[in-house]
Design a protein around this ligand. Structure first.
Ligand code: SAH
Length: 358
């Protein structure tokens, strides 16, 4: 069954002509959907007859308007960050209702949504809450776009940046994620610049090359966290398949091809990867690369048993890297009060039931 929210303008044009309409009608529907309008009656530039035909198609189950709904919202009073619990589905092909989280953040340069790309995750990183419930399914493009539209509607503000850094591994769901980026970029839709989008991967090497070809303007972030194979494999099982040497070579190919600075995320785990030796390894292996290191003191996930380094240690490490000519910053922690910070997103929300706001 067709999901209108997952369709590109071209697909919508075909959809319209298949209904016996002029193709540009499809583009008009695309524009409405991408403004968050889901009710055909509100699509005022369509004839009444067409709106009725669409309504009937929806009722007869010829297609759906997928995406997601906001099930719960929690706000961090200290910084205005909002964590959304989105309900997706029941979807196409009989998939059941599921839940994913997304996080809305306010930065000086605009509003950013951290988008989830999968329900659950297969990567199994030892420190991350998203891995805890295992993997359920991929999200389709409309379900990712739907997170942006639902969050915008709820916030009453436009989202002008997205980071695919929520639950899931985007390069384990490459087709849908790339379609989502294209939908956001479409000028008949949100018309978001590729430069305002960032995709983060745990290091699926072949997809890094593909991404460099397909989206040379989208920002790429790679979760590194450790700079020895032994150490990295112990906390990130994906390293056994794509070891560090191969990953860093792929990163070099990416910067050679795109001339864009790559971001390396480095989650600081107390006593695990934050020693002076670790700094020396970062200098040795990353020095001279077109990169920026984003240090993230680990956010607490009770089940994992790891602790984060102190903010002070993180600042020291950033300063040591800067002194060695490697740009480094400590990620501002947003949403810590509501378990909405990096690595804390889950399938079953930690939002208390009492925080229902819709
Ligand atoms: N799967 C992708 C997208 C997730 S991005 C990836 O791994 O890059 C989320 C970022 O938060 C990743 O860099 C991830 O390693 C990091 N992260 C996971 N658990 C964390 C935690 N408990 N504290 C801080 N960062 C964490």
């Amino acid at each position: 069954m067709k999901d209108l929210l997952s369709m590109t303008t071209e697909e919508m044009k075909k959809f319209a002509s298949d209904m016996g309409e002029k193709p540009f009608r499809g583009k008009q529907i695309f524009t409405w959907l991408n403004r968050g309008v889901r009710d055909f009656d509100e699509m005022t530039d369509l004839s009444k007859a067409l709106r009725e035909k669409l309504e009937a198609g929806l009722e007869n189950g010829e297609f759906i308007i997928g995406g997601c709904r906001v099930a719960r919202v929690q706000e961090d009073s200290s910084d205005g960050t909002r964590k959304f619990l989105f309900e997706v589905g029941p979807g196409i092909e009989g998939t059941e209702s599921e839940y994913v989280e997304g996080v809305f953040m306010k930065y000086r340069y605009g509003n950013t949504l951290c988008v989830s790309s999968q329900i659950g995750c297969r990567m199994g990183c030892r420190f991350c809450a998203s891995a805890l419930g295992g993997f359920v399914r991929n999200l389709n493009a409309g379900e990712m776009l739907g997170q942006v539209l639902a969050a915008e509607k709820h916030a009453g503000e436009e989202i002008n940046h997205i980071v695919v850094m929520g639950m899931g591994e985007p390069f384990d769901n490459y087709e849908n994620v790339s379609k989502f980026l294209r939908l956001l970029h479409d000028e008949a839709g949100k018309n978001m610049s590729y430069r305002n989008m960032t995709v983060s991967t745990s290091g699926i090497v072949p997809m890094i090359d593909r991404f460099a070809d397909d989206f040379p303007q989208v920002n790429l972030a790679i979760s590194l966290h450790r700079l020895t194979d032994e150490g990295r494999s112990a906390i990130m099982p994906i390293n056994r398949k794509y070891p560090l040497g191969e990953l860093l070579e792929a990163a070099r190919r990416y910067t050679d091809k795109t001339h864009r600075r790559i971001t390396f995320e480095y989650t600081l785990i107390r006593g695990e990867n934050d020693s002076d030796e670790d700094i020396a390894l970062m200098r040795k292996r990353l020095g001279g690369m077109l990169c920026h290191i984003n240090l993230i003191p680990l956010n607490k996930v009770e089940e994992t048993g790891f602790d984060g380094s102190s903010r002070r240690r993180a600042e020291e490490i950033a300063a040591a890297l800067e002194a060695a000519g490697i740009p480094a910053t400590v990620r501002r922690e947003l949403g810590g009060e509501i378990d909405g910070a990096c690595g804390q997103l889950r399938r079953i929300s930690s939002c208390p039931n009492t925080s229902f706001s819709l």
